[in-house]
Structures are given as structure tokens and as C-alpha cells.
Write a protein that binds this ligand. Structure first.
Ligand code: 8YV
Length: 317
């Protein structure tokens, strides 16, 4: 039994996961601890595992005081909010939840593309406001025959590519240096060139310092006034101020954003722009996928303590 193992949960997580953890481990909920400082002084050295999510991240100052910490299991595929170099230095293991969310995120990307280009959100506002009787709703643009440029052709990127191809779109992607050997899509080693060729530019690279503001004003200008930007990756990948300026100048046709630089805060400039689709980081948010993610987090933790290894480790070497 693992019921003597102290697990610190960083913030509220999926209900199935919370219940499974409470059943099998000695769970401490960080957000319910009244005097965290006193608690850490007392229990901190006993904590062997931390459970968090890609959006909570971890404060190193607190980790520093968990001297027996062995493992961190994170809910979500992206772990840019976690200081992996710090974990590696201390020999702390880390797991994420890859693969199980590929379909949900890809479906979100396609949903946003359709919503954006057929102006679905805008059209709904039009009908709900009772405007249909007195005005004509403007036309949208189609996906068929257009080029879908993918920034980040990883597992989710490939899943998006397949679905976009099913809409008879041309698929192109950006990768620094050489093309992938086993991929049939058009390769660009220059991001601006991909943007220039794309009607829809879908961003699905990991976050973190390496991709910070990768989508800058120049990329937006290269994309052009008839083309759209879709971000289902991380807010940090896009220069939000540049996007505001670019939209105000009419340099791109519109954008669909599921992620933001300072979530859940969204720049107020966006609220009045009708050519934007704004969603609250719901990319992986289906019942099925969140359940699968919750199960995978739990399986990782159980497997670590029962078999000595994680199921989906993040390689920190
Ligand atoms: C979040 C995500 O983890 O997987 C990721 O990287 O961004 C999402 O799936 C999810 O919103 C839970 O916080």
C-alpha cells in the first residue's frame, strides 16, 4: 500500500484523479493548507511526490524545501511552466500526459479554423442581437484547396495535418534545418516563407524560452491580410502586442486564440475585434480526453511507486 506516501497536489485537478489519489496516497492539497510556511517546515521533508498540471507549473522556492521529493507527475503534455533543469539537477523524475490528447487538440484546431473562417461566433452574435431581419451577414472563406501551414509538426501537429488534409487542404510545415524524412508535406526551413505560403497558420510548438515570440510581427505581415492565425500551443509563442498592432493595421484577416500570454487574463483590446475567436484554453477539454489524462497521471504515480518507473517519463537527461 502507498497510503503512507505523502503526495502534495499543487492545485485542484480532475475529479477522478483527486479521488484516486485520496484513495491510494496520503494527499495534501496545497491550496487548502492555511499556513503553508509552517506546514512545509513540518511536512515538507516527508513529501515524496508532487502532482501538478502544465498550467500550474511549480515554484522552485517551495520545491527547494521538499528535500525528499522524488517525482513530479504533471497533468498535460506541455511542461514549459516546470523548471526541468532544476528537477534534473536534483534527480527528480517528471512525467506528462502525451498522446492521449492529440485528437482533442487537433479537433480544437479544426473547430477554430472553421469557426474563424466561416465567422461562426460573429454570425451567432449577429442572430442573437436580432440583426438578421435588417442586415445581411458577410461572407466567409473556405478551407478547400487552401494551404494549412503548421508550426510544430510533432504528434499533435501531424494529427492536425491529417484532419486538414481531409478537408482537401494543402499541408506545409515549418522546421528549422532539414525536412522530416518520413513526412509527405511541403517543408519550409524559413518560418516567414511558410507564413507567406499559408492561408491558415496553425501554431502547435511547445512553449518555453526557445519558442518565445516565435510568431512576431514579421511573421504576421508575411501571413498577409487574407490569411488567418490559429494558436493552440502556448500564449508565449505569440507576441500578443504585435498581434494587436497587426490586427489594428489589418495585416492579417483574423486569428483564433485558445491560449494567451498571461492566462486567464486576455488583452482587453481583443474583446472588440470581431475577426477574433477567443477560447479559454479548452484544447484538450473533452470528457474523454481529460479522463484519459487523469488516468495517465495516476498510472504514472502508481507505477513509479509500485514498479519503480514512470509510464510516460519526460526525459530530463
Ligand atoms: C492543460 C495543456 O494541461 O496539455 C497541455 O499542455 O495545455 C492542457 O491540456 C489542461 O488545460 C489542464 O490544465
Amino acid at each position: 500500500t502507498n497510503s503512507t506516501i505523502d503526495v502534495l497536489v499543487w492545485g485542484p485537478l480532475h475529479e477522478f484523479l483527486m479521488q484516486a489519489l485520496a484513495r491510494d496516497f496520503k494527499v495534501h492539497k496545497r491550496w487548502e493548507i492555511k499556513d503553508l510556511d509552517a506546514w512545509v517546515a513540518d511536512r515538507g521533508p516527508h513529501v515524496r511526490a508532487v502532482v501538478t498540471s502544465g498550467v500550474y507549473g511549480l515554484e522552485t522556492a517551495l520545491l527547494e524545501r521538499l528535500s525528499s521529493l522524488e517525482v513530479v507527475t504533471s497533468f498535460g503534455v506541455g511542461y514549459d511552466a516546470i523548471d526541468t533543469a532544476y528537477l534534473a539537477k536534483r534527480g527528480i523524475r517528471l512525467s506528462n500526459t502525451p498522446d492521449v490528447l492529440n485528437n482533442a487538440v487537433a479537433e480544437t484546431a479544426l473547430a477554430l479554423m472553421l469557426c474563424l473562417t466561416r465567422r461562426i461566433s460573429e454570425a451567432e452574435r449577429f442572430v442573437r442581437a436580432g440583426k438578421w431581419t435588417s442586415a445581411k451577414f458577410p461572407l466567409g472563406r473556405g478551407l478547400t484547396g487552401k494551404t494549412c501551414g503548421i508550426v510544430g509538426l510533432g504528434k499533435i501537429g501531424k494529427t492536425i495535418a491529417k484532419r486538414a488534409a481531409a478537408f482537401n487542404m494543402e499541408i506545409a510545415y515549418f522546421r528549422r534545418g532539414e525536412p522530416y524524412p518520413d513526412v509527405p508535406y511541403t517543408h519550409y526551413s524559413d518560418l516567414k516563407e511558410l507564413a507567406r505560403q499559408s492561408d491558415y497558420l496553425v501554431v502547435i510548438v511547445p512553449g518555453g524560452p526557445e519558442t518565445k515570440h516565435l510568431i512576431n510581427r514579421e511573421v504576421m505581415q508575411a501571413l498577409g491580410s487574407d490569411s488567418y492565425l490559429i494558436n493552440v500551443a502556448r500564449g508565449s509563442v505569440m507576441d500578443e502586442q504585435a498581434l494587436i498592432a497587426s490586427l489594428q493595421a489589418g495585416e492579417i484577416a483574423g486569428a483564433a486564440l485558445d491560449v494567451f500570454e498571461d492566462e486567464p487574463r486576455v488583452p482587453t483590446e481583443f474583446f472588440s475585434m470581431d475577426n477574433l475567436v477567443l477560447t479559454p484554453h479548452l484544447g484538450s477539454g473533452t470528457y474523454e480526453t481529460r479522463q484519459a489524462m487523469a488516468e495517465l497521471v495516476f498510472t504514472n504515480l502508481s507505477s513509479y511507486f509500485n514498479q519503480g518507473k514512470l509510464v510516460t517519463p519526460v526525459n530530463l537527461d
